[in-house]
Design a protein around this ligand. Structure first.
Ligand SMILES: Nc1ncnc2c1ncn2[C@@H]1O[C@H](COP(=O)(O)OP(=O)(O)OP(=O)(O)O)[C@@H](O)[C@H]1O
Ligand SMILES: [Mg+2]
Length: 410
């Protein structure tokens, strides 16, 4: 391993988390420290106020340093927001020496050629994810290294982001005294933490329902085929409650977290809850079922938007393993059932697992991106120090690990 201590920094719309972990010889993650703080200076995953964001990031970093006893110098950082877009591209190379098997270098050259897509000069490519390879016309090759061919094609998923959003994000992180080791798209990181290998093979969509946005990535036959962002998240659900209940933000947020449900018929009609509301000195009682009706409306609409987003790059029919929900807002009661009813496909809530050390708090859907960033970092570091083929146990992991260095500093 190049490094055994790694740090993940998830700069979300509602919370910022910095997690320091140690990677063991057996490739297990031991959590050494966690720093979590409220987010500031971001709207829908994008920096809108640099000084506020620097302060919030610094505070999370400081807490992580205190709990771990380690000075954080660099981090793997999640990137998200509506400015992200993606397309599928093809790279083709002629193999120079057909008498010898294809090498890692040939594969790297093919992936590099897939980067040659038209990108406006205000955008940057952040990831080129290989989907599958074609050797002299034989397609769906997962790992061409060691095989013989005269022509190597790669189908790749290319993800781009706005240059100014990238630069603002980096400025904030550097402003907090931390170097950016790599930028990783949030939903690719979350996939690492919660999706099973078998789900990828049979077709699955990851939906990370955060505070500001719902980030989606879709996989068919073990290959990534689409990534997208929907500008709806838990904050909008809180705003719906503020408007309907005439309640201040803290009160609506509390009601959502403690009593929120999206299937009104599962709530007793007689169940009342008390809340603070505008213009009233004392608490007022409302029907919990009414809260569920408001949340149901928003979440039904969200599931319809998820369906449309999946169908932009693939088809819900191809996702036998259905949808895995994660992110803080996936914790609202009844989400799986509502998702299954609206989409007519399997839906489960995924959360990070298999962590050692100070990990209790991270076994929560809101920390999928943080844990996924650590897993990403672990594999990238492993790959940088060892190019031995066959080291990774599944092809997806290998594919993810072989992603090109994602971002070139200007
Ligand atoms: N127990 C809960 N029940 C319902 N909603 C919850 C619960 N816990 C957190 N949330 C909601 O989850 C959202 C935050 O989720 P998360 O922490 O994944 O977002 P984020 O990463 O900060 O935002 P984003 O990914 O959109 O930038 C908030 O809207 C919050 O109200
Ligand atoms: Mg998030």
């Amino acid at each position: 391993m190049k490094k055994s201590i790694i740090t993940a920094l998830d700069i979300g719309t509602t919370k910022i988390s910095a997690v320091v972990a140690e990677v063991s010889e057996e490739f297990e993650l031991k959590i050494l420290g966690v720093g979590i703080g409220p987010s500031s200076g971001l709207i829908k995953g994008v920096i809108t106020n640099i000084p506020a964001a620097i302060e919030a990031i610094s505070s999370a970093i400081e807490r992580a340093e205190k709990t771990s006893g380690i000075t954080i110098e660099s981090a793997y950082v999640g990137i998200a927001g509506p400015h992200i877009s993606s397309l599928n591209s093809q790279g083709i190379i002629a193999v120079a020496d057909t008498q010898n098997p294809i090498t890692e270098q040939d594969v790297t050259r093919a992936i590099e050629s897939a980067r040659i897509v038209h990108v406006p000069n205000n955008r940057e490519i952040i990831h080129v994810v290989p989907r599958f390879y074609t050797l002299d016309g034989q397609d769906q090759v997962v790992d061409p290294v060691g095989m013989f061919a005269s022509r190597l094609d790669v189908d790749a998923h290319v993800i781009t982001a706005s240059s100014s959003s990238i630069n603002n994000l980096i400025q904030c992180i550097e402003g907090a005294g931390v170097q950016v080791e790599s930028l990783v798209l949030d939903q690719l990181a979350s996939t690492e933490a919660v999706i099973e290998h078998e789900e990828l093979q049979h077709g699955v969509a990851l939906c990370d329902i955060g505070g500001g946005t719902t980030d989606i990535s879709v996989y068919v036959d073990g290959n990534i085929c689409h990534t997208g962002v929907i500008e709806v998240g838990g904050s909008l659900m809180t705003r719906d409650l503020i408007a309907a209940l005439k309640a201040p933000h803290y009160s609506a947020e509390h009601i959502k977290r403690e009593y929120g449900h999206v299937i009104p018929s599962m709530i007793e009609a007689s169940e009342l809850i008390e809340l603070d509301s505008f213009g009233m000195e004392s608490k007022k009682a409302i029907e919990r079922r009414y809260v569920a009706e408001i949340l149901q409306q928003r979440c039904e609409e969200l599931f319809e938007m998820i369906r449309a987003e999946i169908n932009r790059g693939s088809s819900t029919q191809m996702l036998s393993a259905g949808i895995v929900l994660t992110g803080g807002a996936a914790k609202i009661q009844g989400m799986e059932l509502l998702g299954e009813t609206v989409l007519d496909m399997p839906v489960r809530v995924g959360l990070p697992k298999n962590l050692a050390g100070l990990s209790d708090i991270l076994h929560d859907p809101a920390y999928s991106t943080s844990v996924g960033l650590l897993r990403w970092a672990m594999r990238e570091n492993a790959l940088l120090t060892s190019n031995k083929p066959g080291q990774f146990t599944n092809n997806f992991v290998k594919k993810i690990a072989s992603i090109m260095k994602i971002w070139q500093p200007q």
